[in-house]
Design a protein around this ligand. Structure first.
Ligand code: FE2
Length: 431
């Protein structure tokens, strides 16, 4: 079958499931031990800071996904994780008045320590820092800690607008039209591209209710899944469908139907494909509906080894994308934006396996009710994220990173040219 590079605009809409009252909400609260940087004296006069560069149009593309999943002994790896224990995720770091008075200097001076903590815990929840209460200060924060910003891995899908392009800060999914969609656990990743780190910031919590951000440690999900289920998925692998086009109307063409189906498929490949950037295969009938054309990602492993620590992690967006789970949540996503997850040979994932994935996912979710200025600094290979439905106005944002500025040589090559014009166009159409 032909392969095309294509991401339909609703691919990320498909990433937004809706809340299911029957499913458990984000499980335990994110109570973790609190870490503090060494106490420092307040700085009365801060040194003049270099002006930050305007990053509008200057961001590198998201790096390619680093896959390393061959040859895993699933049962043995689970035992190792159980034996070693996993540290708190997230680790809460609360600013003292003295640290806050330091402003950006706190992050410059503690960069190495915070980097080590992030590597160990997978997520740092930075609380009470005044610097990160607006876009420019947030930019100063990540620059001071030494992170190198990049584009969102699905930038060309167009769902996410920049909140501040000059600061490389994207809107989270704050749009009113998507407020009622529960976004399940996922890494910000496709088979092709993955951001190395993400920093999620709250500028304004939902004004009425809800909208809590949540995370889950992919190593803990790997550890806690039933070995037979994890082994089955690991051996058979998965494929993710990101969009549906229902073309039943072509059935009225009688003997011309098959030619018309091929023509539509060709049209999608030739006209739409050059504008997008995911490795997708266009297939009819994968879910049993003969006239449904689906855009399906390549075969991928549901687990991966962390690129830095080598720890095995659950690295799969099935909790968010599986239609079986989304159908059990209120969902207003149009059919064109519906996603699904298959096994590698395009056979369905068993309902009981999906129920188990759902249960283990919720058991490991840490809900983070963020206050203005709070930042969740996330290792995107280690930790999955999502957010609850909300009412009212909400302004959360996110920046993505291809690595640390000091490790530029370790950053994997980019996945292609970004498509900013398309991103702006699509966001002008989705209110
Ligand atoms: Fe996301």
């Amino acid at each position: 079958m032909p392969r095309v590079s294509l991401a339909l605009p609703f691919a990320l809409l498909g990433a937004c499931g809706a809340f299911d009252g029957a499913l458990p909400r984000a499980g335990r609260s994110a109570a973790s031990r609190v870490a503090r940087a060494p106490a420092r004296m307040a700085t009365i006069e801060r040194p003049a800071m270099v002006e930050l560069p305007n990053l509008d149009g200057a961001l590198p593309d998201c790096p390619r996904t680093e896959w390393n999943s061959d040859g895993m002994d699933i049962a043995a790896e689970q035992q190792k994780l159980k034996a070693m224990g996993l540290p708190a995720c997230p680790l809460e770091i609360v600013a003292t008045p003295q640290e806050n008075a330091q402003g950006a200097a706190y992050f410059t001076e503690n960069a190495e320590r915070l980097r080590a903590l992030l590597r160990e815990h997978g997520t740092l929840w930075l609380k009470g820092f005044d610097l990160t209460k607006d876009e420019a200060g947030f930019h100063r924060f990540y620059d001071s800690i030494g992170l190198s910003p990049c584009l969102d891995p699905i930038h060309t899908s167009g769902l996410r607008a920049f909140a501040s392009a000059r600061d490389a800060v994207y809107q989270e999914v704050n749009k009113q039209s998507l407020a009622g969609h529960y976004i399940g656990l996922h890494n910000e990743a496709t088979t092709k591209k993955t951001a190395r780190f993400g920093a999620f910031v709250c500028f304004k919590p939902a004004s009425v209710r809800g909208g809590e951000f949540f995370i889950a440690d992919g190593a803990a999900i790997f550890r806690d899944m039933r070995t037979d289920v994890l082994k089955r998925l690991y051996e058979r692998k998965v494929r993710i469908s990101v969009s549906n086009l229902d073309l039943d109307v072509l059935g009225a063409l009688g003997p011309l139907k098959e030619g018309a189906m091929d023509a539509v498929k060709g049209l999608v490949q030739q006209v739409v494909a050059p504008k997008f950037d995911m490795d997708l295969e266009m297939l009819y009938g994968a879910d049993g509906k003969a006239m449904r054309l689906q855009a399906i990602e390549e075969v991928q492993s549901p687990v991966n080894r962390h690129p830095e620590t080598g720890i095995p992690v659950w690295f799969c967006n099935v909790h968010n994308h599986a239609r079986y789970l989304r159908d059990r949540r209120p969902c207003t996503v149009p059919e064109v934006g519906m996603t699904d997850v298959y096994l590698g040979d395009l056979s369905p994932v068993a309902a009981e396996d999906l129920d188990h994935i759902n249960e283990v996912s919720h058991r490991n979710i840490a809900t983070c009710a963020m206050a203005p200025g709070d930042v969740l600094l996330v290792d995107n290979y280690r930790v999955l994220h999502g957010r609850d439905i909300f009412e009212g106005e909400r302004y959360h944002a996110v920046s993505w990173f291809d690595g640390w500025k000091s490790d530029v040589s370790s950053v994997v090559g980019d996945g292609g040219k970004p498509g900013n014009a398309l991103n702006k166009l699509i966001n002008s159409l989705i209110k």
